[in-house]
Design a protein around this ligand. Structure first.
Ligand code: GSH
Length: 223
């Protein structure tokens, strides 16, 4: 089953991590996998290009099916292996509606986070434009307030009591926030959520390997 699957992935990539968490939750360990280095531009290799014309990771093949979009891979795996492992799409219409809503909101949240981080990484401190810094900061802060509010209302997971695909896609981005020094005092609900899931077996088993050896930063400490 899993032997018929191949994942090309990069360490620290939230989209790759989503697919890996889903594979673990669906008890599909034993798939073929190859860790590629973004630093060495291995995602631009012919091997990736053959699976993904955008040369991006993840590149995932399941039998004859190629799924390069992390959301597509997660939905496909859940639907193909519905009765195996964790049920990641709830039956109740209320929980399902909330799950879909949060899942797609994650795309906006993730983009705002990437915009903030990418600007700080790419533009040296002395060359940053105040207006751009302020714009990115306001956009990310507004997102964080939203997610803090959502998580305040739940004891466990984004769509209720069960761990669902909403958590699969949100958790990798949420973890990135803490790696970049997000304040636990200012964001207690996000912190509680992060702490309650970080040791979940599917998450622990797929933790980005280079994070064990490379430090994070305090880029988000004033957010
Ligand atoms: N829409 C894709 C996005 C994948 C993506 O942005 N991958 C990044 C790594 S996080 C990548 O490969 N970037 C390299 C590039 O774009 O050249 C998904 O969710 O699967």
């Amino acid at each position: 089953m899993a032997k018929d699957m191949t994942l090309l992935w990069g360490s620290g990539s939230a989209p790759c991590w989503r697919v890996m968490i889903t594979l673990e939750e669906k008890q599909l360990q034993g798939y073929n996998q190859k860790l590629l280095s973004f630093d060495k531009m291995e995602h631009k290799s012919q091997e990736v290009l053959d699976m993904n014309p955008r040369s991006q990771l993840p590149a995932f093949k399941c039998g004859k099916h190629i799924l390069n979009e992390s959301y597509a891979a997660c939905f496909f795996l859940e639907n193909q292996y519905k009765s195996q492992g964790t049920k990641l799409i709830p039956d109740s219409p209320d929980a399902q509606a909330l799950m879909y809503q949060r899942m797609f909101e994650v795309l906006t949240f993730h983009q705002k986070m990437v915009d903030f981080v990418a600007y700080n990484y790419r533009v040296p401190e002395g060359e940053r434009h105040d207006s751009a810094v302020q714009r990115n900061k306001e956009a990310l802060t507004a997102e964080l307030k939203l997610w803090e509010g959502y998580l305040k209302k739940t004891d466990c997971c984004l769509a209720g009591k069960e761990f669902t695909l909403a958590d699969v896609v949100f958790f990798p981005s949420a973890t990135f926030l803490f790696r970049l020094g997000l304040s636990s005092e200012r964001y207690p609900a996000l912190t509680k959520y992060y702490n309650s899931l970080k040791d979940r077996p599917s998450i622990k088993a797929t933790w980005p390997p280079h994070w064990q050896t490379s430090p994070g930063s305090d880029m988000l400490k004033t957010i």
